[in-house]
Design a protein around this ligand. Structure first.
Ligand SMILES: Cc1cc2nc3c(=O)[nH]c(=O)nc-3n(C[C@H](O)[C@H](O)[C@H](O)COP(=O)(O)O)c2cc1C
Length: 170
């Protein structure tokens, strides 16, 4: 699939088939993540591939109850101290944004459903996964075969989000 086709095809999908995901597919999406760029190449991330039913249920309850039926949940953790901050921009959040999109687009290419989840209660997720205190859990996504085909969600037109040479409101 061409890159633009993958980008156009991706959706946040929140209903899944219970069919298992092959180890090859899991490794494919993780490899796409591994190759992502990061602040000074610090690669502040760590991924937890959750397949255990009890642990999946626990982390699903922390903010994505609809996800428990997915065969795999990937949890993206980060060490905020590694890239540090330039000015007041926490670079670990930027790095996790990039790495998650690599992973999600690779999953889309393989016909797998994902949904970026950032709205969850971090404490119980850390507890369920044994994440050390200094490490943040930034994002999660189920990885599953889709059981729905949502239409594309609307996006602003380029004219509303782009200006040349100087900032200009639409
Ligand atoms: C940083 C970030 C956090 C998100 N957090 C959640 C979330 O907590 N729960 C959820 O259901 N969707 C979450 N989403 C998915 C967005 O709601 C979704 O991307 C947006 O509505 C556009 O839909 P689309 O992804 O299908 O194009 C998140 C997306 C991003 C990029």
């Amino acid at each position: 699939m061409e890159l633009m086709e993958v980008i156009r095809k991706r959706r946040s999908i929140r209903r899944y088939k219970p069919d298992p995901i092959s180890e090859e597919d899991i490794n494919y999406v993780l490899e796409a993540a591994r190759l992502a760029p990061s602040w000074a190449n610090t690669q502040c991330w760590h991924f937890i591939v959750v397949t255990d039913e009890d642990i999946k249920r626990e982390i699903a309850q922390a903010g994505m109850p609809w996800s428990a039926g997915a065969p795999v949940i990937i949890v993206a953790c980060a060490d905020p101290a590694k890239p540090g901050a330039k000015g007041d921009i926490p670079n670990y959040l930027v790095d996790i944004g990039i790495v998650m999109e690599h992973l999600i687009l690779a999953a889309t290419e393989r016909g797998l459903a994902t949904c970026w989840v950032g709205g969850f209660n971090e404490a119980p997720v850390k507890e369920a996964l044994g994440v050390p205190e200094n490490i943040r859990v930034v994002a999660m996504t189920p990885i599953a075969y889709p059981d729905q085909e949502p239409a594309a969600r609307s996006r602003k037109a380029l004219g509303e989000i782009v200006s040349y040479n100087r900032y200009q409101s639409p």
